[in-house]
Design a protein around this ligand. Structure first.
Ligand code: FES
Length: 101
């Protein structure tokens, strides 16, 4: 069942920045976090759990819950809510624990 995203961008300011998520071009605004940009584009599943492969998405949006972990430019365990978008970055959903550095 497809869920409707209820995230609404309150301010539509800043220069346009685009990055890639799972091969799809995402339009964001300069200063957006990855989490804010993905939510604004209707994407709310960021990772899956190591046990049970359950979907997870951002919950706290302030760096506490770690439910927003993604892979950025092949580096895992990046908190999407604490990382600002950069033009051209490649973001993927994180499956399980990801790679430890
Ligand atoms: S949403 Fe909770 S740490 Fe990112």
């Amino acid at each position: 069942m497809k869920r409707a995203s209820t995230f609404v961008r309150l301010l539509d300011e800043g220069a346009a920045v685009s990055f890639e998520f799972e091969g799809r071009t995402i339009e964001a605004r300069d200063g957006d976090t990855i989490a804010a940009a993905l939510l604004a584009n209707g994407i709310d599943r960021f990772r899956s759990t190591a046990v049970g492969n359950a979907p997870r998405g951002p919950f706290c949006l302030m760096g506490s819950c770690f439910d927003c972990l993604v892979e950025v430019d092949a580096q895992s365990n990046v908190q999407a809510c604490m990382t600002r978008v950069e033009a051209g970055m490649k973001v993927r959903r994180q499956a399980g624990l990801g790679e430890l550095a």
